[in-house]
Unconditional design. Structure first.
Ligand SMILES: C[S@@+](CC[C@H](N)C(=O)[O-])C[C@H]1O[C@@H](n2cnc3c(N)ncnc32)[C@H](O)[C@@H]1O
Length: 292
């Protein structure tokens, strides 16, 4: 997408999530779920990756901040605030917060706010999580968002931020294979007349009737050296793996009939053996910030 002037970015992202991202499609999910692989074959792997977050946050306290909570769309997300009295959902999308309220009712406090300028006092959150949100901010504001998270955390506690890298060497290695698999899957699906909901047709729109451009919004990703230099110089951080492979990898290369479940168990095991290496070279890092 083209990059709009900075002040327009937030309005554009907010409008996107209010009108597109958090619109329900079918019975099961939101439009945003097109960025996840929801097939049964990947379910166990995706589920276990979601739960990695719980290892790094303080398990209980009064307030847990979910910065860019969205509607708390996956059941695993509920685990993060289980030991907390309140989950404070902060998001720029009204629709997200309305949906989140329906999900957690009195357990939640819902604040329309910008993660780069949080309307909270310092040192009040026992735990902080932020998943797939910082990438919607321009680079300078990502620095501010990290500083804000650090400011509102209670000392001795930790925050978990999950985001994607701009480029993952592991996914770059697999990209020719993914391209070949996309080609084969298209032929197979046309021949058999089966087309997945999220798959594009030849007119560049899918069954939701929207073009690719309409189905996406501003995203800016960085690489590990930027993170270490710009953020690591300001606060202590560690990088682990959240998930080493992209959704494209899962959808194209993982299939039940090809032993997909077993492959993903092996992959999960590898990630557990080398969480720091795959955190750096895989697609999605889990960034832990500790406040001394
Ligand atoms: C990709 S969704 C992720 C939602 C949720 N964390 C998840 O993993 O399902 C990104 C969310 O961040 C919110 N968001 C984007 N920019 C934001 C900002 N500057 N401040 C607060 N929320 C923001 C969007 O409204 C959206 O709900």
């Amino acid at each position: 997408m083209s990059t709009p002037a900075d002040p327009e970015i937030k309005q554009q992202v907010q409008a996107f999530y209010d009108h597109v991202g958090w619109k329900r499609v079918g019975d099961c999910c939101y439009q945003n779920a097109r960025y996840e692989d929801l097939r049964p074959v990947s379910q166990e792997y995706v589920h276990r990756c979601h739960l990695r977050v719980t290892r790094h946050i303080t398990p209980s306290g009064k307030y847990l901040l979910d910065a860019g909570s969205g509607p708390i769309q996956y059941p695993e997300y509920l685990e993060y605030s289980k030991g907390y009295q309140y989950r404070v959902c902060a998001d720029i999308s009204h629709v997200a917060l309305k949906e989140a309220r329906e999900r957690i009712n009195d357990h939640g406090l819902f604040v329309v706010s910008d993660v780069a300028n949080l309307p909270f006092k310092e040192d009040i959150f026992g735990g902080v999580v932020s998943l797939h949100t910082f990438h919607h901010l321009p680079r300078d504001e990502q620095v501010e968002a990290y500083a804000e998270i650090f400011r509102v955390m209670i000392p001795s506690n930790s925050a978990v931020i999950v985001n994607g890298w701009r480029e993952s060497p592991l996914m770059r290695f697999f990209s020719p294979l993914i391209r070949i698999a996309v080609f084969i899957l298209r032929i197979y699906r046309r021949a058999t007349g089966r087309e997945s909901y999220f798959e594009q047709d030849q007119h560049g729109s899918n069954s939701s009737g929207m073009t690719d451009e309409q189905q996406a919004t501003f995203v800016h990703r960085e690489d590990p050296s930027w993170l270490k230099q710009e953020i690591g110089s300001e606060m202590p951080l560690e990088i682990f793996v959240w998930r080493s492979v992209s959704t494209d990898f899962l959808r194209t290369l993982i299939h039940r009939k090809l032993g997909g479940r077993l492959v993903l168990r092996l992959l999960y095991w590898l990630e557990e053996c080398a969480p720091r290496v795959l955190g750096l070279y895989g697609q999605y890092p889990l960034i832990v910030i500790r406040k001394a």
